[in-house]
Design a protein around this ligand. Structure first.
Ligand SMILES: [Fe+2]
Ligand SMILES: [Fe+2]
Length: 302
């Protein structure tokens, strides 16, 4: 199963020894999780012109609002990990980093196409939608130390990982969505799960500490929530119906019974533990069952 058969014969203890001697890193992604770059393309232009999620304005806008954040956000993730790539001596973690960067770059590409098609179909201004995330990214890359940038990535990767897990655990989240869109979001969630520990392991390997990781998460949570709400408000700017009704129904979808974000508090708070690691939430079984949805034939390493 693993792509790293030969290296898998190293024992954890051996890696730990090497880590302390050479300041190389230790990948803690389970050996049977492959970080595969699937070179997927999604033909969704026509679907994006519709309320593709259950013919529901709020549900559709929620996922579209997330998509708007991805191309610039995922470029930031790639850049922040890449900055430390040359410091990683551990060949397994190097492989994992390669997998992480490969997956995030295809996510970027597909969400860029997604966002352009969405804006084209609805007469939206992508530059306006991306303006805040572009500003924050430029500020962070200009003024924050590289390790702080990486800590931000680690925090955001945890948020995406727990949301991905919720997507699989709670089928109601994408129930009623257009099959092509469901496939796209499942593909993204699957890969977010596979690579959820890579930025974290790099952060720890290069000396990132718990304090920085915690403060990054506090700031990131506030920022991320602000960005999603902002994007939704822009996407729903021309909505003619009752906004109170729309947001009330939306909150029910997110936090009500079987809500999309329900049950995320505990895994979210786990991140603040000193000894936390993303694979403490071992959802390999879940990933395995989702993998079947994609079948061997659709796996196209690039
Ligand atoms: Fe991604
Ligand atoms: Fe990611």
């Amino acid at each position: 199963m693993t792509q790293h058969g030969g290296l898998a014969t190293f024992t954890t203890a051996a890696f730990r020894g090497e880590y302390f001697m050479t300041h190389s890193s230790l990948s803690r992604t389970p050996e049977d999780v492959d970080i595969v770059t699937r070179n997927r393309q999604f033909d969704i232009e026509e679907v994006l012109a519709t309320n593709w999620h259950s013919d529901d304005v709020f549900k559709t806008a929620f996922f579209n609002a997330l998509s708007i954040l991805f191309p610039l956000g995922e470029q930031f993730f790639i850049d922040s990990v890449k900055a430390y790539r040359s410091e990683i001596d551990d060949p397994v973690l190097q492989e994992r980093v390669k997998g992480f960067m490969g997956q995030e770059s295809v996510h970027r590409r597909e969400h860029q196409k997604y966002n352009e098609a969405l804006c084209e179909a609805h007469g939206l201004d992508l530059e306006e939608l991306e303006a805040l995330v572009a500003k924050r990214k430029a500020f962070a890359q200009k003024h924050l130390p590289a390790l702080r940038q990486l800590a931000g990535t680690v925090a955001l990767e945890h948020l995406t990982a727990i949301m991905a897990d919720a997507t699989f655990r709670n089928p109601a989240t994408l129930e009623g969505a257009h099959p092509k869109m469901k496939e796209l979001w499942h593909w993204h969630a699957l890969e977010e799960t596979e690579h959820k520990a890579v930025a974290f392991d790099v952060f720890e390997a290069v000396g990132g500490g718990t304090g920085m990781r915690r403060s990054a998460m506090i700031l990131t949570t506030i920022e991320f929530t602000h960005h999603v709400i902002r994007n939704m408000r822009l996407l729903l700017r021309d909505y003619k119906g009752s906004r109170i009704k729309l947001w009330f129904g939306g909150m029910k979808f997110l936090f009500g019974k079987n809500g999309a974000l329900r049950g995320l508090l505990r895994p979210y708070l786990d991140f603040y533990r000193k000894d936390f690691h993303p694979w403490d939430h071992d959802n390999r079984e879940l990933v395995g069952s989702v993998m079947k949805e994609f079948g061997g034939g659709t796996v196209q390493p690039i």
